[in-house]
Design a protein around this ligand. Structure first.
Ligand code: KPL
Length: 315
């Protein structure tokens, strides 16, 4: 068993997948969930992991509800990583106040695995002295029920410092090794902003348009008028992100089309939120781009429209 403890905040698909695979590799993992019912089920029955090969495994993990954190320090004097896997919309004052001093304290480092932009400003404000890392993952996972998750796709997990210190260098290497031994294609990167922007560029095109047209990622570019809209939204988003310093080593438009192809049968996360009546991440994806454009003095009519349309169909 590794000495470093991992706390995963969020019992969604990404949280459950990471917790199960880390626990299987012998890491001491606790999953912090939104509801007490989910935490109890996970404690009693474990996580049911359906692997990429379709094999089913029940994996024992520790689990607690976030609400059970009442300001007490649950980390103590040993080092720990907190991996925040909740959606952007759940990173609100209520959650951060619960985590501050209890799970996120001087002996922890935090890895944020959210889509979109905007949340790190909030994290910095709440945790001025804690090493903060951002991550971009391309693994695919689908939650089947509160304790079951299907691993649907493999892909790299890049993470790197957003704001780090000397102490966290050691911690980041430990986490890298732990992730690798759990089978993740993990890598450390000092270019996290480029990676985040690149993912944002892809998400800003595919997510709102699949949600608005209620279509799979693969079908979206097949309609000429939708392809035209994709291209225009891409160009506007690319201009904003490039003006803010994004460098892309590959052709971004080709990347968008490749992602559509590679995930052809998938329903984007935004469409699945819309279908389930959940709050979407539109404010942090196209909304984040619009905000950035405003700060840079650039126009963003298509991103503004994407936000308005998705909000219209979600409620
Ligand atoms: O990341 C995605 C998402 O659904 O959020 C893409 C890449 C668009 C795949 O659906």
């Amino acid at each position: 068993m590794n000495n470093l403890k991992i706390h995963i905040v969020g019992g969604g698909a990404i949280g459950l997948l990471h917790a199960a695979r880390l626990a299987l590799s012998g890491t001491d993992v606790t999953v912090w969930t939104r509801t007490g019912e989910q935490a109890e089920r996970l404690r009693k029955e474990g996580i049911r992991l359906v692997t990429l090969e379709g094999e089913e495994r029940d994996v024992q993990v520790q689990s607690q509800s976030i609400d059970s954190l009442q300001g007490q320090d649950v980390v103590g004097s040993s080092s720990a990583w907190v991996i925040l896997t909740v959606k952007q919309s759940h990173i609100h004052d209520g959650l951060l106040q619960r985590l501050k001093g209890s799970l996120i304290q001087k002996n922890t480092a935090v890895l944020c695995l959210q889509n979109g932009i905007g949340h790190m400003d909030k994290m910095e404000g709440y945790f001025p002295d804690i090493p903060l890392y951002t991550g971009v993952t391309s693994v695919g996972a689908r939650r089947l029920d509160p304790r079951s998750v299907r691993h649907t796709g493999d892909g790299p997990l890049w993470f790197g410092p957003h704001r780090a210190d000397k102490r966290s260098e050691n911690l980041q290497n430990l986490l890298l090794n732990i992730l690798k031994s759990a089978g993740f294609r993990a890598g450390l990167s000092n270019e996290m902003r480029d990676r985040i922007y690149q993912k944002l560029l892809v998400n800003a095109v595919i997510n709102p348009l699949t949600a608005i047209f209620d279509t799979t990622n693969g079908e979206l570019p097949k309609h000429p008028s939708r392809l035209k809209l994709m291209r225009s939204l891409y160009e506007e988003s690319f201009a904003v992100l490039s003006a803010d310093g994004m460098t892309l080593e590959e052709d971004g438009w080709r990347l968008v089309l490749q992602v559509c192809e590679a995930t052809a049968a998938n329903v984007s996360s935004m469409l699945s939120d819309v279908r389930a009546g959940r709050k979407t991440e539109i404010d942090w994806i196209n909304g984040g781009l619009s905000e950035l454009a405003r700060r840079l003095g650039l126009p963003s009519p298509l991103n503004d429209a994407a936000v308005a349309f998705v909000k219209q169909i979600h409620s």
